[in-house]
Design a protein around this ligand. Structure first.
Ligand SMILES: Cc1cc2nc3c(=O)[nH]c(=O)nc-3n(C[C@H](O)[C@H](O)[C@H](O)COP(=O)(O)OP(=O)(O)OC[C@H]3O[C@@H](n4cnc5c(N)ncnc54)[C@H](O)[C@@H]3O)c2cc1C
Length: 452
């Protein structure tokens, strides 16, 4: 393990408004953890930054001591990009301020905020921006990779609603990026994740949403998956943009809020959120509720902020995860067969197959769906088996998939796969990387190599 000069660390600590945590500190073991327990890394130092000046100081410290840098917003990267071995973690969690201008419909957000906090702040005024479906997920990482969520088919991806960003670049410059200023950099931030600098402030466009929305899910026993998915593909194709749907295949968790007969049961669920006038939404979801004989019809009126926590209990931090993702141009019969088999062959009761409906304003490489196999487990001894399941699913779905992949769901899958995820944008992003980060200082991410 890398040991740093004690005097230098002390000076660095004094310079920060935030705090520095190092190996041996009582809270180091907790502070080095990220959401995915499979990522077990030991940084040389964790700098909890509280201001732009702290971020600048941390970048400078890493440069002087030639430390690898991992930037952490909410720490939810399944690939583990919020931490690293032997390097400096720049942890933005103390920067959690949010300001909402309800007249201009703008939210100004610091990078340590999570979706639960942002949604609560905007929903006070009946406003929202498309955001992650688990409330603990960080606003920063999610936005910089695109951002899919319940409002996306109506209001676009999170990154589409970004009005501007302030950031500190690899050489310590503080820049403002928007469509008017540093426009090429702004374009890159909306697609290229954390490759160009550390964003210290996001400005989002907000939309009227709820605060009560028509949302929830219908559940069927998993044996009915082929019929449900065949019905669903026609239903989803005809759905207006106000409706976003997510299909979930899993065993229901053993949660007290579920009736005992449902706990542990393998199900297929079609979850929905209607971002529009409730009466119109009732008509839109009617065919879904009427299809077959659902085990549960859990669609109803609820606060948007409550819907945004629907999957929280099923995705707590501290479990082991391995993800495999793909885009689907359509839900073909072959893709349905792969999903049916994937669900049947799941090796862990905590694993999930999820199919996110894109389209409408949610333009991700013209794909119609994004699928993610989330292998999840608690005992490290089972890792190989569960990882193998996700990988086998990834291989089986490949012939049905479109090129590219959603970068926020991508694992550490090698340069070729990362490159293909960015698709035709890669060369333009690499040119931008050369301008703003020529020595690839920010490389603990879905990395874009500086153009030669
Ligand atoms: C339970 C769960 C639910 C999820 N749900 C959704 C969902 O609904 N929709 C969706 O689109 N995605 C979802 N994701 C994926 C999510 O978008 C990514 O995991 C994302 O990276 C999370 O952001 P974070 O800030 O929490 O992550 P971190 O691990 O902190 O960071 C992830 C990446 O972003 C970079 N980064 C973070 N902050 C900054 C910053 N301020 N400046 C520059 N770079 C930065 C990091 O360097 C790293 O490369 C989910 C993930 C999990 C674990």
């Amino acid at each position: 393990m890398r040991s740093l000069d004690h005097v230098a660390v002390t000076q660095f600590t004094k310079r920060l408004e935030g705090t520095v945590i190092q190996p041996g500190d009582a809270d180091f073991d907790q502070a080095r953890r990220v959401w995915n327990a499979m990522i077990d890394k030991t940084p040389a130092l964790i700098a909890r930054c509280a201001s732009v000046d702290d971020v600048k100081a941390a970048i400078e410290f890493a440069r002087i001591h030639e430390l690898r840098v991992a930037v952490r917003g909410g720490g939810h990267s399944a690939a583990g990009h919020g931490t690293c071995d032997d390097g400096l973690v720049i942890d933005l969690s103390p920067m959690r301020a949010v300001q909402v201008d309800p007249v201009e419909r703008i939210a100004v957000v610091q990078p340590g905020l999570n979706w639960g906090d942002l949604d609560r702040a905007t929903q006070t005024y009946g406003l929202a921006v498309t955001g992650g479906i688990v409330s603990e997920t960080g606003v920063a990482g999610l936005t910089l990779g695109g951002g899919i969520g319940w409002l996306m088919r109506k209001h676009g991806l999170t990154a589409d609603n970004l009005l501007s960003a302030d950031l500190v670049t690899a050489d310590g410059q503080f820049l403002h990026a928007s469509a008017e200023q540093n426009a090429e950099l702004f374009w890159g931030l909306q697609r290229g994740g954390g490759n160009f600098g550390i964003v210290t402030e996001f400005r989002f466009r907000l939309h009227p949403v709820g605060p009560i929305v028509l949302a929830g899910w219908v559940l069927y026993p998993q044996e009915k998956t082929p019929e449900v998915l065949r019905f669903y593909r026609d239903y989803a194709a005809a759905a207006p943009n106000e409706l976003t749907t997510i299909v979930i295949l899993r065993r229901l968790p053993h949660l007290p809020k579920l009736p005992p007969f449902l706990r542990g049961m393998p199900v297929i669920g079609v979850a929905v959120c209607y971002a529009g006038v409730i009466e119109a939404g009732e008509r839109v979801v009617q065919p879904l509720r009427a299809f077959g004989l659902p085990l549960v019809d859990g669609i109803g009126l609820k606060p948007y902020v409550v819907h945004q926590t629907m999957f929280d209990a099923a995705q707590p931090p501290g479990r082991h995860h391995y993800w495999k993702t793909a885009y689907l141009p359509k839900l073909s019969d072959a893709a349905i067969d792969v999903l049916v088999d994937g669900a049947r062959q799941m090796t862990s009761p905590l694993s999930v197959l999820a199919v996110y409906q894109l389209g409408g304003a949610a333009r991700l490489e013209d794909a119609a769906f994004c699928v993610n196999a989330d292998a999840a487990w608690t005992e490290p001894a089972g890792s190989q088996r569960h990882i193998a399941w996700a990988r086998e699913f990834g291989t089986a779905i490949e012939p049905c998939s479109a090129t590219g992949a959603y970068v926020n769901f991508l694992g550490e899958e090698g340069e070729a796969r990362t490159r293909s995820a960015y698709r035709e944008n890669y060369d333009r992003l690499a040119a931008l990387k050369k301008t703003y980060d020529p020595d690839n200082f920010f490389r603990v991410n879905q990395n874009i190599e500086p153009a030669a």
